[in-house]
Design a protein around this ligand. Structure first.
Ligand code: MN
Length: 205
């Protein structure tokens, strides 16, 4: 059985960039529903329900066809939101934070600069049509920006996501309405680069 993890900070901790009410509904309703529906889907499958979420997403083709779409959508929903909460952290000082260390070096090598990374990533986030996610992922040790529909993620295609942005309307509509562009801009202020770098090191080691 999968369980809903607590947020690693208070609901209002990401204010003013992400509002308390959005965080409450997003975590307590949306993420909780993905966990419940995932458990319901695989409850009586002995081989499957002992896997970690990473194992499950890496081998969705092993899931019986009749529950595979449910496992994909809700398993992806669980994994993606768990990552999303972790790669954000409060920023009471309000200064824009940047990647450090090995990750910063890799970003500069791949995209030219940190600013270029945020520009490219933001452009993909803005142009993503419909519900989905934008990712910074690792493929063969190299950084890659990509997007995915619904609750899909790079892990389903053998890559390792280290940063993800939820661009479903439920992630921003209460505060930003149709202004996804403002949500994306605000979100950079709460990216937890220490956690992203930890995931980067783990992925490339
Ligand atoms: Mn979401």
């Amino acid at each position: 059985m999968f369980t809903l993890p607590d947020l690693p900070y208070a609901y209002n901790a990401l204010e003013p960039y992400i509002d308390e009410r959005t965080m409450q509904i997003h975590h307590d309703k949306h993420h909780a529903a993905y966990v419940k529906n995932l458990n319901d889907a695989i409850d009586d499958l002995q081989q499957i329900n002992k896997l970690t979420i990473e194992q499950l997403l890496a081998q969705l083709d092993q899931v019986p066809e009749k529950v595979r779409t449910k496992a994909r959508n809700n398993g992806g929903g669980h994994y993606n939101h768990r990552l999303f909460w972790m790669v954000m952290s409060p920023n009471p000082e309000g200064a824009l934070r940047q990647a450090q260390g090995n990750l910063a070096t890799a970003i500069n090598g791949t995209f030219g600069s940190f600013e270029k990374l945020t520009e490219l990533f933001s452009a993909v986030a803005l142009s993503r049509f419909g519900s989905g996610w934008v990712w910074l992922s690792i493929e063969n040790g190299k950084l890659k920006i990509e997007d995915s529909p619904n609750q899909d993620n790079p892990m389903m295609e053998g890559r390792i996501p280290i940063l993800g942005l939820d661009v479903w309307e439920h992630a921003y509509y209460l505060k930003y309405q149709n202004m996804r562009v403002d949500y994306i801009k605000a979100w950079w202020n709460v990216v937890n680069w220490a956690e992203v770098e930890r995931r980067y090191k783990e992925a490339v080691q």
